[in-house]
Design a protein around this ligand. Structure first.
Ligand code: UT7
Length: 326
């Protein structure tokens, strides 16, 4: 027994920030950002919290599933940018929705949504839960150095949610981590601990970590992403004895249109099989895949029986792939 998704929702911040707006305070241009990433705009939290957006996305998903929060047996949030280090975002969302059930966060960076699906599947398959609410929400804007043009232009904020219940939609799920901190990390603060002497001595700590902002070796991550997507697709297709053109949609993490395009050209498949919304939102980390999934459902782009391959990849370095039959 596995799961099926019976309701989805998404919520984006009101404030949209264009490339041209970034160019007013960064040495960048709409041309550079568009040609290198495919991003034209991103949405950024201003007078709303990421918990607010996550709770609204969750409420929409519950309404679409014709369930209430009282029907939920587990709430899992995929996030690395919650409003609080403690309690978890899952508990904050649960409080806003007025529910009571086990609730915790999963941090697998941009792969977080697929990791959270795996956790939900484990609870459902072992009958510890009947209905699970999976939320993925990121406020990447709080992790960025807004003076760094190499990273701040890439990301955006957003939230999405899915209600899962017992079913046979899930055909395949694989999550991995090949640990490497240095290519993509954001260092935690030591607070005002008077005993810390030299954090650079921590094993494997990148020696150039100087602040708590997200730091990224773009080309390293780019190569990891292109290679990983290819491997993940091959693994999934082999496991399911499918040809690539039998997958209706490849719903890939929205990190860069060039990364997605590279997967598409290798597979020699049409553009329609690789839906994208990165142009409007940038990279929303764990929230990218479920926001796109929700938008496709709202547009009636997904039909019963369609095969969807979801692939997340990012910090860790992590990756995760799920194949769902709708
Ligand atoms: O969710 C997973 C997380 N992240 C990713 O998946 C990101 C993966 N990486 C990428 O998408 C690409 O590496 C980037 C879009 C980040 C960068 O593209 P690139 O083709 O790897 O560019 P680059 O880093 O080689 O930079 C090319 C030039 C450099 O100038 P020089 O050294 O050639 O003079 C940069 O300084 O572009 C410069 N540059 C910029 N110029 C204008 C870097 N950022 C900018 C900018 N505007 N925002």
């Amino acid at each position: 027994m596995g799961f099926k998704i019976i309701g989805t929702g998404s919520q984006l911040p009101k404030k949209a920030v264009s490339n041209a707006q970034l160019a007013t305070f960064l040495d960048t241009s709409d041309d550079w950002i568009t040609s290198k990433t495919g991003i034209k705009s991103r949405t950024i939290c201003s007078d709303e919290t990421i918990t607010d957006l996550a709770a609204q996305a969750a409420l929409t998903a519950l309404n679409n599933a014709n369930l209430s929060i009282a029907d939920i047996d587990l709430l899992v949030c995929a996030t690395m940018s919650a409003d609080y280090a403690m309690p978890s975002m899952a508990c904050c969302v649960l409080e806003q929705l007025g529910g009571a059930c086990p609730a915790f966060d999963v941090n697998a960076a941009c792969s977080g949504f697929v990791y959270a699906l795996d956790v939900a599947d484990s609870f459902i398959s072992t009958r510890k839960a009947q209905n699970v609410l999976v939320v993925a929400a990121e406020m990447m804007s709080r992790m960025l150095d807004w003076t760094d043009r190499t990273s701040s232009i890439l990301f955006g904020d957003g939230a999405a949610a899915c209600v899962l219940t017992a079913g046979d939609s899930l055909k395949y799920l694989n999550v991995t981590a090949t640990p490497q901190i240095a290519p993509l990390f954001a260092k935690a603060s030591n607070g005002n601990n008077p005993f810390v002497q030299n954090v650079q001595n921590y094993p494997n700590y990148p020696q150039d970590s100087v602040n708590n902002f997200l730091q990224m070796k773009g080309q390293h991550v780019y190569k990891f992403a292109v290679t990983t997507i290819q491997q993940e697709i091959n693994l999934a297709l082999n496991a399911l004895h499918l040809q690539a053109d039998e997958i209706t949609y490849f719903i890939l993490h929205q990190a860069n249109t060039r990364i997605i395009e590279s997967a598409r050209t290798r597979l020699k498949l049409p553009l329609e099989k690789f839906p994208m919304n990165i142009e409007k939102y940038g990279n929303m980390s764990a929230a990218s895949i479920p926001v796109l999934l929700d938008e496709m459902l709202q547009q009636n782009a997904i039909k019963s029986g369609d095969l969807l391959m979801l692939i997340g990849f990012g910090g860790g370095l992590t990756s995760g792939t799920a194949v769902l039959q709708w």
